[in-house]
Design a protein around this ligand. Structure first.
Ligand SMILES: Cc1cc2nc3c(=O)[nH]c(=O)nc-3n(C[C@H](O)[C@H](O)[C@H](O)COP(=O)(O)OP(=O)(O)OC[C@H]3O[C@@H](n4cnc5c(N)ncnc54)[C@H](O)[C@@H]3O)c2cc1C
Length: 428
């Protein structure tokens, strides 16, 4: 089997890379460890995609995604202009359809065990249905979209030095049986100053979002209720670190929760499998308490229940790879122009901390740009890295990790590979 490129990881950035490469006629193989596409969005229940610069570059994948998502009624355009409020379950079907429509070869339940990288040839073994199977594939290019740099690890490539603390992980969940109309009516009266609560009654399904954090620098309307929850021992204080809910298109009685945060000790490294596993135990206990809290104190939750706990942990930041260019915090704050821009953005530096009053949301004044060299390995010219592993400093990654940027990174890598392959063909 010979491919133009193999994309490892069928998540946020990987599906964009594989779709755009296939759409441009490249022979593409997408290798995904689990049984679904979408990564953090579908397996991690991470919705909605945050808006970034409307002038962004490389948005063909996003534009097609909007069309396919509409076909399955799986997105909502929110009142703040955000077009990408997704339904994570339906998105699994949307992404299958998109990848099939461009004849991309997809291997689920597969992951590379070894890679021989020799004369632009990649040979890997894969584990399908728990049976070790060796698949020998030749490829001209590889894209690492595994969110942890698994291919960079196998090829002994360099990583950025880890920062002293990681961003806090979150295990997301959903509650169903919620009477959204009652909840919206109650919330509208309760949160009079409307500092974080928004309610969109324009379409047939009510959409809303609200939030609370334990930070004292904001006048959160929900604070007295959370305080009561702690006082009544329904919640532990750390459960109140961060609370955010969103409605979901085509799920009229369900809410998606961007919480609970896992509170790790400073010396705990989430990349340590023991820390990771302990953190999951902690997160699921917090979900149970938060769900009981919602039932007890929020109008509209009387008949609610936990309907879904994310299949994968929400890791915001861990390994960052080293490419020909490393995006710095200064590139985000004082944007530079580059010859070959992969994508642009204006999403702020968004750091979730494990301590109260230590979160950071640093807005940027201008659109920033990221060069294609930030996606190409410093060691191999035909190895690309896309997604939250982007070659960047800790604070730059905190701005670049959102889904819209990940889509554009995947697309930029695919187009760069296409340009290189077609210019080689012309030379021959
Ligand atoms: C809790 C949380 C909340 C967030 N909130 C938002 C938000 O509201 N809006 C927003 O825009 N962004 C948000 N983000 C950020 C954003 O969702 C992620 O940074 C982004 O989706 C990561 O994309 P990715 O392509 O790097 O990885 P992923 O989407 O995680 O994809 C990685 C894929 O690689 C696969 N994989 C892993 N290892 C292998 C292997 N060895 N072989 C084959 N496949 C492999 C995985 O199964 C997965 O499918 C949030 C992130 C978190 C964690």
């Amino acid at each position: 089997m010979k491919y133009d490129l193999i994309v490892f990881g069928g998540g946020t950035s990987g599906v964009a890379a594989a779709y755009i490469a296939s759409k441009n006629g490249l022979r593409t193989l997408l290798v995904e460890k689990t049984d679904t596409l979408g990564g953090a969005i579908t397996q991690g229940l991470v919705i909605p995609s945050m808006k970034t610069d409307t002038q962004n570059i490389n948005t063909d994948f996003f534009n097609d995604l909007m069309i396919y998502a509409d076909k399955y009624s799986s997105r909502h355009k929110y009142i703040d202009g955000n077009e990408a409020w997704f339904n994570p379950e339906l998105l699994k079907i949307v992404l299958d359809d998109m990848l099939n429509s461009v004849n991309c070869n997809v291997l689920f339940n597969s992951q590379p065990i070894s890679i021989n990288y020799n004369d632009n040839t990649c040979i890997f073994e894969t584990n399908i249905n728990h049976k070790l199977l060796s698949i020998y594939v030749e490829t001209n290019y590889i894209v690492d979209a595994t969110a942890e740099g698994e291919i960079f690890k196998l090829l002994n490539c360099n990583f950025q030095k880890n920062s002293e603390t990681f961003q806090t992980p979150t295990l997301r969940f959903m509650m169903s049986g919620v009477n959204i109309t009652k909840f919206a009516d109650w919330l509208e009266k309760f949160d009079q100053d409307r500092n974080v609560t928004t309610i969109d009654r324009a379409s047939s399904q009510i959409h809303l979002s609200t939030a609370y954090t334990w930070d004292t620098n904001k006048a959160w309307a929900l604070r007295p209720i959370f305080q009561r929850g702690v006082c009544d021992e329904v919640l532990e204080y750390e459960d109140t670190a961060y609370f955010q809910v969103f409605t979901i298109p085509s799920m009229p009685e369900t809410l998606a929760f961007n919480c609970p945060r896992v509170i790790l000790d400073d010396e705990d490294n989430i990349l340590d499998p023991f820390v990771y596993s302990r953190a999951l135990f902690q997160a699921r206990k917090r979900i149970f308490r938060l769900a009981n809290f919602c039932k007890k104190y929020f109008t509209g939750f009387e008949n609610s229940f936990i309907s879904h706990i994310a299949d994968t942990f929400g890791i915001r930041e861990s390994n960052r790879v080293k490419c020909k260019y490393t995006v710095t915090k200064d590139d985000i704050i004082n944007p530079k122009k580059f010859d070959n821009i992969a994508f642009a953005g204006d999403y702020p530096i968004d750091i979730h901390s494990n301590k109260n009053n230590k979160d950071k949301l640093e807005f940027v004044k201008k659109t920033y740009f990221v060069p294609i060299e930030a996606l190409i390995s410093e060691k191999y010219d035909n190895l690309y890295a896309v997604g939250r592993i982007i070659s960047s400093e800790f604070e730059a990654q905190a701005a670049l990790r959102t889904q819209m940027s990940c889509f554009s990174m995947g697309e930029a890598a695919a187009k760069d590979i296409y340009n290189k392959l077609t210019s080689q063909d012309k030379k021959q």
